[in-house]
Design a protein around this ligand. Structure first.
Ligand code: HEC
Length: 123
């Protein structure tokens, strides 16, 4: 019995390590965003704008996406995405773009937000 549970623990450690090696945590978290967002600028017709090259990108500036008035106002102000702004937006979209249309996926922790932020900003 003891040998069996030791073997199980060893298996889990190996399996967990393999998953991490294949995929950064931020990429895994991004799967919760993918029903609405793509990283491919050519992929049109999704519920949300593409998120390619987000670092330094002006808010509301993905070509061809029909943003809310709130995002159009943010764009007119020339606000751009950086780490701090993206972390705040993912914690509470209304705190950064009041009245925008995005609703956050459930169950995304602070650590998840940091990981997906680094992933989207190319870190
Ligand atoms: C249910 C659909 C949905 C999900 C899930 C979703 N979003 Fe969004 N997101 C939107 C919509 C719609 C907008 C545009 C909001 C507007 O126009 O007010 C948006 C806008 C954004 C923007 C602004 C982009 C720009 O062009 O300025 C970022 C950044 C963003 N989302 C990140 C994320 C991340 C990261 C996740 C996953 C943790 C996520 N979103 C999950 C629908 C979604």
């Amino acid at each position: 019995m003891r040998a069996a549970s030791a073997a199980l623990v060893a298996f889990c450690v190996i399996a967990g390590g393999a998953v991490q090696a294949q995929e950064p945590v931020g990429a895994a978290i991004f799967k919760t965003c993918q029903p609405c967002h793509s990283l491919d600028p050519a992929q049109a017709g999704m519920a949300g704008p593409h998120l390619a090259k987000l670092g330094g990108r002006v808010l509301g500036s993905a070509e061809g996406f029909d943003y809310s008035p709130a995002f159009r106002a943010a764009k007119a102000r020339g606000l751009a995405w950086d780490r701090e702004r993206l972390l705040s937006y993912l914690a509470d979209p209304d705190a950064v773009v009041p009245g925008g249309w995005m609703s956050l996926p459930a169950g995304v922790s602070a650590a998840d937000r940091a990981a997906v932020t680094d992933y989207l900003l190319g870190k």
